[in-house]
Design a protein around this ligand. Structure first.
Ligand code: ZN
Ligand code: ZN
Length: 261
């Protein structure tokens, strides 16, 4: 039994209706927070004691709409008396800046009341989380493509961004994170996932449908929608259902929605 709580389903564009990227996957009794966009700590506070229970934080990449809520998440855990150890998995290049940010915010890791282990993703190397859950980070070019377009961008920065494949027994979930194009996930969908949580702002529905053509997917959840798609969601859903007859269900979850698998 697995469930996904879609905390924030927005893109990087500010919105009154949709918050930045964050999802809570409950799988085999473990609580996995996938991305920590703002205001995830507030949204998690509404869900019972879950702030004390989260086992792992899995960060796809260092854009602010995916990681910007992490310091307030940690401070919130501290203020609510969390004691359980927390594992944070993230791109290696983000570890030192995030730890410096925590220090800059007048917090100390020793003063949080719980231990944090900082774990760097290694491309395509599965991480065993316990309860026979594995997470494999699949690299993509999203961050490179976005960052290198900026004036004065440092060409030596690694720009690591990942899609995450999370497996437990027959259950297989893919969280795309942000992508440079739909083709980034081609190697991930050659074996059918139970659930594919895909962004849809850096490419179009037709491009996604081309990549997914013929793939048998139990549930396709579309998040991080572009402004254009977010304004006409029912049309988008109908279009993808037509284009993808092998996908059992197409969901466009709202913030706060929970889906069981
Ligand atoms: Zn994003
Ligand atoms: Zn991004």
């Amino acid at each position: 039994m697995a469930s996904i709580s879609f905390l924030g389903t927005g893109s990087g564009v500010p919105s009154a209706d949709r918050f930045f990227s964050s999802s809570l996957l409950l799988l085999e009794g473990r609580h996995l927070l996938i991305d920590a966009g703002e205001p995830c700590v507030h949204l998690l506070r509404d869900r019972g004691n879950v702030l004390a229970e989260i086992d792992e934080v899995l960060i796809t990449h260092g854009h602010v709409d995916h990681i910007g809520g992490l310091p307030s998440f940690l401070q919130g855990c501290m203020l609510l008396g969390r004691t359980k150890e927390l594992s944070v998995h993230l791109p290696e290049e983000m570890i030192a800046p995030i730890r410096a940010w925590i220090a800059a915010l007048y917090l100390t890791e020793e003063g949080l009341g719980f231990t944090i282990s900082w774990n760097a993703w290694k491309e395509r190397v599965p991480v065993v989380l316990g309860n026979e859950i594995t997470v494999t980070p699949w690299p993509n070019r999203h961050l490179k493509d976005c960052y290198h377009r900026l004036p004065c961008a440092d060409p030596t920065r690694p720009c690591e961004s990942f899609s995450l494949e999370i497996v437990s027994g027959d259950f297989r979930a893919i969280f795309t994170g942000d992508l440079s194009g739909a083709c980034d996930i081609k190697p991930l969908v050659s074996k059918p996932p139970t659930v594919l949580v895909s962004e849809l702002s850096h490419f179009g529905a037709t491009e996604l449908a081309d990549v997914l053509a013929g793939a048998t997917i139990h549930a396709l959840c579309l998040v991080h929608l572009s402004e254009e798609y977010a304004s006409d969601r029912s049309d988008l859903r109908l279009r993808l259902e037509e284009l993808l007859p092998n996908v059992s269900d197409v969901f466009l979850p709202e913030d706060g929605e929970v889906l069981d698998f």
